[in-house]
Design a protein around this ligand. Structure first.
Ligand SMILES: [Fe+2]
Length: 334
């Protein structure tokens, strides 16, 4: 029997519902109610949720409720504060569109995305290139380019070459690997922010050659602010944080039989490497230093970054674990 379920006392001396104690009127059974305290309400909830058929879903939901209750008890959450939280989450939901995913941004700014990513890294079968956040600006089906193609429409402020190899964990070249890249354009914005008609810019996919080589042209990425015009931006301002991200290039690299690599290269001269608002710049191995007149770069006359990516073999868990972050449009279609 559950400890929080019990009836009221039924003896006459207790003043219970039966009335009188002289036996003249039959006693009415006392109602069984949830008798809750701040400490026991969580058990009552978990008991009701215990019928969830899927064991993994049950585990996740139970843990979430347990921690949510512990949080509320720890801070002694008031009704007004609880409502303020509901209002905040409502605003986060309302501002989401196929192009804007405020919940991913919220997850990023409280470090949840980085945590999930780092835990996911530890499950790789082999040591591969460190990962970084997919972020809220990823889009499916970017344009494909031939080797050396320029992904940006505006190159008036100069170009940047990126080249290198995609390899498996043992260093064998991966031919036919897909190298997806997306970044801020020369105005410091992602196309999602600056092109409301759905046009794509500063993103593309390249395919490695027989030697696993890739080569592309882009522009120098810029430090940028996360979107500050929504509820997450208001939260960041309220916390007196700068809201900035260090300049970076996003990559999504895939090859048959290999774990998909979601990563980013961060520019070494950024002032925000150590204080990234979304905690993406978590590895010194992902810091890139563009070189002028790189003699090894196939593209001459522009700064270049050489970076070799290593992929781990794909595990069975990888097939169902999903990737950190997602295309906002894909979320809203479901
Ligand atoms: Fe980004």
């Amino acid at each position: 029997m559950l400890k929080w379920l019990f009836g009221q006392k039924t003896d006459g001396a207790s003043g219970g519902n039966g009335g009188g104690g002289n036996g003249a009127t039959p006693k009415k059974p006392a109602p069984v109610v949830l008798n809750l305290t701040p400490e026991t309400v969580v058990d009552a909830v978990l008991e009701q949720m215990s019928t969830t058929p899927d064991p993994r879903m049950r585990q996740i939901q139970e843990s979430a409720v347990r921690h949510l209750h512990a949080f509320a008890r720890e801070v002694n959450l008031t009704p007004g504060e609880w409502l303020q939280g509901i209002e905040f989450m409502t605003k986060v939901g309302k501002i989401c569109t196929p192009e804007r995913q405020e919940f991913i941004l919220l997850s990023d700014t409280v470090g949840l995305s980085a945590l999930v990513n780092l835990m996911h890294d530890k499950t790789a079968l082999e040591i591969a290139t460190d990962t970084s956040l997919l972020g809220p600006f990823f889009r499916e089906n970017p344009p494909r380019y031939p080797p050396g193609g320029q992904i940006c429409k505006d190159i008036s402020k100069g170009e940047l070459a990126i080249y290198g190899r995609v390899m498996d964990a043992k260093g064998n070249p991966l031919a036919g690997a897909e190298v997806g890249i997306w970044q801020t354009a020369s105005d410091g914005l992602y196309d999602i922010q600056s092109m409301p008609n759905g046009e794509m810019d500063a993103r593309g996919v390249f395919t490695t050659d027989a030697g696993g080589n890739y080569l592309l042209r882009t522009v120098m990425p810029l430090d940028y602010s996360i979107p500050m015009d929504g509820p997450v931006g208001a939260m960041v301002r309220m916390q007196k944080r700068h809201g900035m991200r260090p300049a970076h290039l996003h990559f999504l690299i895939s090859a048959p039989g290999q774990r998909e690599l979601v990563t980013a290269l961060y520019m070494s001269d950024s002032n925000y490497l150590a204080t990234d608002t979304v905690f993406g710049s978590s590895s010194v191995d992902l810091v890139a230093d563009p070189i002028t007149n790189d003699p090894n770069c196939p593209l001459k006359g522009i700064p270049a970054v050489r970076y070799d990516f290593k992929l781990s073999r794909m595990s069975e868990a990888d097939m169902k674990g999903g990737r950190v972050g997602s295309d906002p449009g894909a979320i809203l279609k479901n």
